[in-house]
Design a protein around this ligand. Structure first.
Ligand SMILES: O=C(CO)[C@H](O)[C@H](O)COP(=O)(O)O
Length: 217
């Protein structure tokens, strides 16, 4: 069976009970905590920040990423490196020299990743493929939970899956990832799924039940 990394998007969690949320998600066997940091400029919203990152990091030893939905992400890398991030995603669309930033991330022994918007083509990121351990394909326009899945991104996901063996990256998807999409996209060769309101949070079942079901899809 292909690996299926389940990564809860903590912007969708109940932050009034973050200790319980993180503990229950850990018990459910999730793989990576996904932390969306927004600047209100690269995307028209604000979500998690440094203090949220510190809180979650203090509650778990599980892998944590940070998805920097910010302009000039190179300025924020040292902050999240110091906070114990295991994977740092930058948007190449927002960085004047993503090759340098990815090298800086790697120097800190952190996995470098790129997140790419629905309208970003593979051609524009081709040179970055040998530099990254993770590619996060946005299947909604980033910034908000609860949007609709953009089907036109499927062709790009299939094409990237075809490049995984050559470049050895993990292929991840983020945005309106329902159980049906996990099943479909696993078949395309996607390794990891950022799960928010579409499959994990605000449901009537426990995280343990849901994560088990998603892994078995
Ligand atoms: O990156 C995001 C928004 O930009 C969120 O991680 C994601 O959209 C949350 O999941 P859902 O779409 O299922 O509510």
């Amino acid at each position: 069976m292909m690996k299926k990394l389940i990564c809860p998007s903590l912007m969708c969690a109940d932050f009034t009970n973050i200790k319980r949320e993180v503990t229950e998600l850990d018990k459910a066997g999730i793989d990576i905590f996904h932390m969306d940091v927004m600047d209100g400029a690269f995307v028209p919203n604000m979500a998690l920040g440094v203090e949220d990152y510190k809180s979650v990091r203090s509650l778990t030893n599980t892998s944590m990423d940070v998805h920097l939905m910010v302009n000039n992400p190179q300025n924020f890398v040292p902050i999240f490196a110091n906070l114990g991030a295991n994977i740092i995603y930058i948007h190449p669309e927002a960085d004047p020299m993503p090759t340098r930033t990815l090298d800086e991330i790697k120097k800190d022994d952190i996995h470098p990743g790129i997140a790419i918007n629905p309208g970003t083509s593979i051609a524009t990121i081709k040179e970055l493929l040998p530099l990254v351990d993770y590619i996060l394909v946005m299947t909604v326009n980033p910034g908000f939970a609860g949007q609709s899945y953009l089907d036109y991104v499927n062709d790009k996901i299939k094409d990237l899956a075809g490049l995984k063996e050559k470049y050895q990256f993990n292929l991840m998807v983020d945005g309106a990832i329902s159980p049906e999409k996990i099943k479909l996209l696993s078949g395309f060769g996607v390794d990891g799924f950022i799960v928010g309101t579409s499959s994990l949070f605000g449901k009537d079942k426990s995280y343990r039940e849901i994560v088990k079901e998603l892994k078995e899809l």
